[in-house]
Ligand binder design. Structure first.
Ligand code: PGA
Ligand code: ZN
Length: 463
């Protein structure tokens, strides 16, 4: 049962926690006895949801929760190149609205059954909340209430608790040990399902892991992004962008994309392979057919793809590939991991779908050495935390991730610091919904001051 912190005294003065002054906060923190920690239960006064738009102009769920006069809000992202085993994003399928993509049913889940179980009750712990949401839904894929409804509530409650505690979200979720700033992976060239160009590989990321701080890494990312724009324009290529804010020029082969990136890193004044590296997400399920990976008029099996990736390790400052093979090609993943896992980070996304059970089952088979963490693939804060811990215990690395359809919600920035994973991808260093996360990490770095540690190159090394 969650109890209020320092609310008894302040509520007498009708002060909300959010409006507490720094002096009051210091007083509470420095108080040697629990004089201020009066045990007043916090009751949830209000829970509602709204159908808002995401960055692609399609509906998504925003949840609002109020307790003790404090309001918290969270909104849910939406993927396009989704893994087949992801928890269900509940959509209305009413073709008369938003091409069937309305989320009024998910809004109804929040305002109906979920609100009935929460409003008027004491604020539960995160674990109790998430377990009761899972139970209330009662299906393995959260198909009844919708993972979008459930995640919105889970995130909103986490944020509300932090506000009531007078702490930042990353501190509330991660405690005093949450001081590691992640290396940002900037998706600067978009292809696949996220763009209309002939480039079949989905994401080409620049990774300034060799810079000393998060702020310097962000700067290197933005400067390289702008240098890349200049190079594309000079070559007569388009600088229009894809869903994640990266450029989407008319190129076909991944090698062309990586050649452009190396040039851009150098043009921005950084050294490829020392300051700035490259990471890819081919999203290979999207071009896997009949046991073959098909792109640019070529076809390869898993062994052929692994050989190609091996050649790229020699030629490019490449440190990480996510979904380089298809979600169901287990034998291929085992082969790839065995052949190249000691030389690179191999990240599972569509095959793991952030599910602790799927990650737990893949580890003994030797599939991948890192896990992508997308909260909406699994549906609660507690489960995404469990996935991270399952991976980390086995020496697997983790990367926290946005989705291609996003909102201004910056929850994943705090989550990355709270989980101490050392890596995040949130698209290009441009477009409001992408930079919302990077800018929040700047604030966290500032707040942590000398305690802030930048994960750097070590975040990608095998443990
Ligand atoms: P999605 O793609 O958000 O469109 O599913 C992101 C990814 O594959 O990592
Ligand atoms: Zn992916």
């Amino acid at each position: 049962m969650e109890r209020s912190l320092a609310r008894g005294l302040w509520s007498a003065k009708d002060l909300s926690t959010a409006s507490r002054s720094p002096i009051e906060t210091d007083l509470i923190k420095s108080c040697p006895i629990n004089f201020f920690f009066l045990e007043i239960p916090m009751r949830i006064q209000h829970l509602s949801a709204l159908e808002i738009l995401d960055s692609r102009g399609f509906p998504t769920v925003e949840v609002t929760i109020i307790a003790d006069g404090v309001t918290a809000r969270a909104s849910v992202p939406s993927g396009k190149s989704t893994g087949k085993h992801e928890a269900l994003e509940l959509r209305d399928r009413d073709m008369g609205r938003f091409k069937g993509k309305g989320v009024l049913k998910a809004v109804g889940s929040v305002e109906g059954e979920i609100a009935a179980g929460l409003v008027g009750r004491e604020l539960p712990s995160q674990e109790d909340l998430d377990h009761s949401l899972i139970q209330l839904d009662g299906t393995p894929g959260k198909t009844r209430l919708g993972a979008n409804a459930i995640l919105g509530v889970s995130m909103a409650v986490a944020r509300l608790r932090a506000q009531l505690e007078g702490r930042s979200l990353f501190e509330s979720l991660g405690g005093a040990e949450a001081t590691l700033l992640p290396v940002p992976c900037f998706n600067v060239l978009n292809g696949g399902a996220h763009a209309d160009n002939p480039l079949v590989f989905q994401e080409f990321m620049i990774v300034p892991a060799g810079r000393p701080t998060f702020a310097e890494a962000l700067r290197a990312g933005a400067e390289t992004y702008h240098a890349l724009a200049g190079i594309l324009k000079k070559a007569g290529l388009s600088v229009s962008v894809g869903d994640e804010g990266g450029f989407a020029p008319q190129i076909t082969f991944p090698e062309e994309a990586m050649d452009l990136m190396v040039k851009a890193i150098e043009a921005a004044g950084y050294e490829p392979g020392r300051d700035v590296f490259i990471a890819l997400d081919p999203a290979a399920s999207g071009f896997y057919e009949g046991g073959q990976y098909r792109f640019g008029g070529e076809a390869h099996d898993a062994k052929g793809m692994t050989e190609r990736y091996g050649r790229w390790l020699d030629r490019y400052p490449l440190i990480s590939i996510e979904d380089g093979l298809a979600e169901d090609d287990d034998a291929g993943w085992v082969y790839w991991t065995k052949a190249l896992g000691h030389r690179m980070q191999i990240v599972g996304d569509d095959n793991f779908v952030s599910d602790p059970r799927r990650v737990g089952a893949a580890i003994p088979k030797g599939i991948a050495n890192a896990v992508l963490l997308k909260p909406n693939q699994i549906g609660t804060v507690t489960e995404i935390t469990e996935t991270a811990r399952t991976a980390q215990r086995a020496g697997y690395r983790c990367m926290v991730s946005h989705r291609s359809g996003e909102t201004q919600d910056d929850f994943i920035a705090d989550l990355a610091v709270a989980l101490g994973v050392g890596q995040i991808k949130s698209g290009a260093p441009a477009r409001g919904e992408r930079v919302a996360k990077y800018n929040q990490l700047l604030r966290i770095e500032r707040q942590l001051g000398p305690k802030a540690r930048f994960a750097g190159r070590a975040a990608f090394e095998s443990r």
